[in-house]
Design a protein around this ligand. Structure first.
Ligand SMILES: [Zn+2]
Ligand SMILES: [Zn+2]
Length: 339
């Protein structure tokens, strides 16, 4: 079969555009021809070697494209569908999957992490994980559906209701998408980051309050938010341990801290305060299949607009620069054009 181009990681900081065979869809799968692929913070961590990978690994998990072929048992009508890839495939049989919690399945296949990713001309995926979307939806909106689903899951974990208030710490792509989602469902968002450009982006995303936080101002701001009474949930999206500690500090009586960031260091936690003030601390990782993607696609089809967060476009040949810049100079979301 004719080969395809794919961005493969061979070692930390060694990504190459290689020619590899086009995969063949297995029964139940579709072959997707990719159009655009979002670059995520977790891709940057993989690129830098912060987490182990089986090299060479085809990178990328935020894929938008078209169904090119259908495997056995899949309706041929699917060919030609414009689709967003749901890149985490839970096993479906473990205790957590049986309770609808595929997001924490320990056996899940994650494209671009432990299975071939979408930074390639083609990828195979179970047909249930290739979500059809409208042809008319601008690619800037469609390519953000996967990270938006992360925010949708975090919102459901938070149990926030319209009229409530929530603090979002960290205004990278996930923090900004979450801020915009909160605004869409009429939850007041208070967005906080160290970087003024990101704070301004959070205002554009609909934050009712937004602030740059410096190290010295952090304890005072946490105390003010805790006493304010207007912010019942604190989302940790900075990915730092100090950020998680700050979120615990900022959580009010009866409040909830939702941890999305993936820091590995430990933080102090005072049991007395958590117990006496009834604080809930809960983790939120990716999304549960199929509800979170279904909800997210409905939101975008109903008119929620997030595409303004896409600020940079690279070709597949420029993938190394996309990964370096996404982990450094860029404030907005970077996208790779594959086709
Ligand atoms: Zn991601
Ligand atoms: Zn499972």
């Amino acid at each position: 079969m004719t080969p395809m181009r794919a961005a493969r990681l061979h070692a930390p900081r060694d990504v190459r555009v290689d020619e590899v065979p086009v995969p063949t869809p297995q029964p139940g799968e579709v072959l997707v021809r990719l159009d655009r692929v979002g670059v995520c913070g977790s891709d940057v961590h993989l690129f830098r070697g912060d987490r182990p990978a089986a090299y060479p690994l085809i990178m990328g998990h935020e894929g938008l494209g078209w169904v090119e072929a259908a495997g056995g048992g899949v309706s041929p009508d699917r060919v030609g569908d414009r689709v967003v890839v749901e890149p985490n495939v839970p096993c479906g049989v473990c205790a957590w999957c049986r309770r609808g919690r595929g997001s924490i399945c320990p056996n899940k296949r994650s494209l671009g992490v432990n299975a071939p990713g979408v930074l390639a001309e083609y990828v195979t995926i179970p047909s249930s994980h290739a979500w059809a979307i409208d042809e008319s939806l601008p690619w800037q909106e469609a390519v953000l559906i996967e990270p938006l689903a992360v925010a949708v899951h975090a919102l459901s974990v938070s149990r926030l209701e319209p009229g409530d208030g929530a603090v979002v710490l960290g205004c990278g792509a996930i923090g900004l998408l979450l801020t915009q989602l909160l605004a869409t469902v009429r939850v007041n968002a208070y967005a906080i980051d160290l970087d003024l450009r990101r704070v301004e982006a959070a205002r554009r995303a609909g934050a009712v309050e937004a602030a740059v936080m410096t190290g010295e101002a952090a304890p005072g701001l946490a105390e003010r938010l805790r006493r304010d009474g207007a912010w019942s949930v604190v989302f940790e999206c900075s990915g730092t341990a100090s950020g998680a500690a700050w979120c615990l500090d900022a959580a009010p009586r009866g409040g909830t801290v939702v941890l999305l960031g993936l820091a590995v260091e430990t933080i102090p936690l005072q049991p007395l305060r958590v117990v006496r003030e009834g604080i809930t601390v809960v983790g939120s990782i990716i999304y549960d299949h199929p509800d979170d993607f279904r909800r997210t696609i409905r939101l975008v089809h109903d008119g929620m607009r997030v595409g303004h967060l896409v600020e940079h476009e690279f070709s597949l040949q420029e993938v190394e620069r996309a990964l370096v810049d996404a982990g450094g100079v860029l404030a907005g979301k970077a996208v790779v054009r594959v086709r």
